[in-house]
Design a protein around this ligand. Structure first.
Ligand SMILES: C[S@@+](CC[C@H](N)C(=O)[O-])C[C@H]1O[C@@H](n2cnc3c(N)ncnc32)[C@H](O)[C@@H]1O
Length: 206
């Protein structure tokens, strides 16, 4: 890993993940998580203050970027929930099947190299009555925006550590065999449209 991807990208992404509109999105989904929670791409731990400690036993965060964990440590120490960290990929999780009540994925399906493999792991990890909570940015419904997203995606990926702005969250979840129980979508205010079309909600194994 070079200086840019090791030092600059985690800080760049951390800044983008801490804006007010993004925090408001976290407040919509994170408090819904229950029991043992597996958080994909925990990053700098921006979700940790938003868990409802009265319903969460512990949060297991998986992320391949050890630098993220350094950035997350302060939030983990202040969190009202117990936090464990696994350095690894959501595409290949070293935990037993059907062992978590909730999977939380925020602004991470955009970045994992193989989102279908990660969602297959989410299915494997969830107990039969478990829930997947998600909030992602992705391809916009307006062709005018989507055209620009497709155009700048190759450059965007290079600048933002592998983040895609062209993925379709709803389609990915359905292709992975999730039934969608709740879904909402909107452009985040104060955010460039190419990066700001958000999809959030909850899903269960179909
Ligand atoms: C845009 S950041 C979002 C971080 C956090 N989920 C949030 O909402 O603030 C994307 C995160 O995905 C992580 N990531 C990249 N590839 C991954 C993979 N294969 N498995 C799990 N996480 C991954 C990155 O290291 C980074 O922390």
């Amino acid at each position: 890993m070079g200086f840019y991807s090791e030092r600059v990208v985690p800080r760049l992404v951390t800044c983008a993940c801490g804006t007010k509109p993004v925090i408001r999105q976290r407040q919509k989904v994170v408090p819904l998580a229950r029991g043992t929670v597996l958080e994909f791409g925990i990053g700098a731990g921006h979700n940790l203050p938003h868990y409802d400690a009265s319903h969460v036993d512990k949060v297991i965060g998986i992320d391949p970027c050890s630098k993220s964990w350094e950035l997350a440590e302060a939030r983990a120490n202040q969190a009202k929930v117990k936090v464990e960290f696994i350095e690894g990929s959501a595409e290949n999780i070293p935990l037993a099947s059907a062992s978590v009540d909730s999977v939380l994925i925020t602004f991470t399906l955009c970045t994992v190299p193989n989102p279908q493999a990660a969602l297959a792991e989410a299915r494997r990890m969830l107990k039969p009555d478990g829930k997947l909570f998600f909030c992602e940015h992705g391809i916009a419904p307006d062709e005018r925006v989507a055209k620009w997203q497709r155009r700048i995606n190759p450059l965007w990926k290079r600048v933002f550590g592998g983040c895609h702005i062209t993925r379709d969250t709803r389609a990915l979840l359905q292709e992975a065999g999730f039934g969608i129980d709740a879904i909402e979508q909107m452009y985040l205010p104060g955010t460039p449209a190419v990066a700001g079309f958000n999809t959030w909600g909850e899903a269960a194994i179909a």
